[in-house]
Ligand binder design. Structure first.
Ligand code: SAH
Length: 347
C-alpha cells in the first residue's frame, strides 16, 4: 500500500483517515496541530499521541520534511535565501525577507518550469515536476523554525508557474490560511502567474481573498511574445479581460509585475501603454529591474530610465512600487542559487 502524504491532506481528510484507523476525531486535531502549528519533524515527537498510534502512522503515512542544503544571508539587508532538498532529492529555493510590516517568504511551486520566459533562470532546464502541498508548506515551516520568527506574508513567486500546478496550489493556499494551521491571512498571500487565462477564471471562483499578481512585462502582444512564450497562447486582450473578471468577481485589485529590461520595455511609450492597461483596472504596478542571468544577454534599465518610468506612471495616478533589490548579493533571481549549486556539484 502506498503511504498517504499526510501533510498534504486538509484537516477534514486527516480526520477521515484517522477515523478509518479507528481513532477519535480529537486525535485528528492533535495530529494536525503537530504537523501545521507545532511544526513537528517526525511522528515520534508527537508525544500526546499513543505510541501505538504513532507506530501505525509511521506505517501508513509519510511526513514530508525538507532538508536544508544551503542558507545564504545578505550582508546588505539580512535577506536569506534557502536551498531545500525535497524527499526525492530535487532542489528548490525559497527567500525570507524582513519588512517593516513583518516577515515575508517567497516560495517555489515547481521544480523548474516549462513557461520559458526569456529572462528567467528557473526555466532554463524545463519542468521537472510540480510540488505537493506539503512541499510548499514546508518551505515556510522550515524557514519559521530556522529563523525562529513568525512568517506573516507569503508570496508564491519563486521558481515555477503556480497555475501549472493548480490543484496542489489550491490545497496549499487553503491549508496555509486555515484556522487549524499557521492561519496566515489570505490578504497576506500573493500568487504570481505568467497569465494562464483559464486558470485565472477558475481561481476567481475559489472565493479566496488572496492577491493575484500578473507578470505582464510588456504592453503589446508582439513585445510580450518576444519575452514570454505564453503570450503566443493568450493575447493581451483576453488576458486583460481575465484580469477584469478576476477583480470584479473577487473585489481584489491585481498587481501587475513589470520587469524593466534595458532598451526593451522601458521607454516613455511603454510607460504610456502600461498606464492604459493598469489605469482602468486600478492595478498596482510593481517594477522589477531585471536581474541579469549569465545565460542571457538582458541588461537592467539604468537608474534614470527606471525613475522616469515610475514617475510617469505616478503622474497618471498609478500606484507603483519598485521592487527593492533585496539580497542582490546572494543570487537573488529566481532559480539562480539552485543552478549554481547544481553546477558546482557537477564540477
Ligand atoms: N511563474 C510565476 C512566478 C515567477 S517569479 C510568474 O510568471 O509570475 C516572479 C516574477 O519574477 C515574475 O514576474 C517573473 O517574470 C519575474 N522574473 C523572473 N526572472 C526574473 C529576472 N531575472 N529579472 C527580473 N524579473 C524576473
Amino acid at each position: 500500500m502506498e503511504k498517504a502524504d499526510i501533510k498534504s491532506l486538509p484537516f477534514e481528510q486527516v480526520k477521515g483517515l484517522l477515523t478509518e484507523m479507528g481513532e477519535k476525531p480529537f486525535r485528528a486535531a492533535q495530529l494536525y496541530d503537530w504537523m501545521h502549528v507545532k511544526l513537528a519533524d517526525s511522528f515520534e515527537e508527537m508525544t500526546n499521541l499513543s505510541a501505538e498510534l504513532r507506530k501505525s502512522l509511521q506505517e501508513r503515512a509519510s511526513l514530508t520534511v525538507l532538508r536544508t542544503v544551503r542558507v545564504q544571508t545578505s550582508a546588505i539587508d539580512g535577506t536569506k535565501k534557502f536551498l531545500f532538498a525535497l524527499p526525492d532529492g530535487n532542489l528548490v529555493e525559497s527567500v525570507w525577507m524582513r519588512y517593516k510590516h513583518g516577515n515575508s517568504v517567497c516560495i517555489s511551486s515547481q521544480v523548474g518550469c516549462r513557461m520559458g520566459c526569456r529572462f528567467c533562470a528557473s526555466t532554463l532546464d524545463g519542468l521537472e515536476r510540480g510540488l505537493t502541498a506539503a512541499e510548499m508548506l514546508d518551505q515556510i515551516y522550515r524557514i519559521q523554525k530556522l529563523t525562529g520568527e513568525r512568517v506573516s506574508n507569503v508570496v508564491v513567486m519563486g521558481s515555477g508557474e503556480p497555475m501549472d500546478n493548480y490543484d496542489n496550489l489550491l490545497t496549499f493556499l487553503r491549508m496555509l490560511t486555515d484556522e487549524h494551521g499557521l492561519h496566515i491571512s489570505q490578504r497576506n498571500v500573493t500568487v504570481s502567474t505568467c497569465g494562464i487565462v483559464p486558470r485565472m477564471y477558475e481561481l476567481a471562483g475559489e472565493k479566496l481573498q488572496i492577491t493575484l499578481a500578473l507578470s505582464l512585462h510588456a504592453t503589446t502582444d508582439e513585445k510580450r511574445r518576444s519575452l514570454m512564450p505564453i503570450a503566443n497562447k493568450y493575447g493581451l486582450a483576453e488576458l486583460m479581460e481575465a484580469c477584469r473578471y478576476y477583480a470584479e468577481k473577487t473585489g481584489r485589485r491585481l498587481t501587475f509585475e513589470y520587469s524593466l529590461v534595458g532598451g526593451v520595455n522601458d521607454t516613455a511609450q511603454d510607460a504610456q501603454e502600461l498606464i492604459g492597461l493598469a489605469g482602468p483596472l486600478g492595478s498596482h504596478v510593481n517594477l522589477i529591474p531585471v536581474n541579469p542571468i549569465k545565460e542571457r544577454r538582458f541588461v537592467q534599465s539604468n537608474r534614470q530610465a527606471i525613475e522616469a518610468f515610475k514617475n510617469k506612471l505616478e503622474k497618471n495616478g498609478i500606484n507603483v512600487t519598485i521592487r527593492r533589490e533585496m539580497g542582490r548579493d546572494i543570487d537573488g533571481a529566481c532559480g539562480q542559487l539552485r543552478r549554481r549549486h547544481m553546477e558546482e556539484q557537477r564540477g
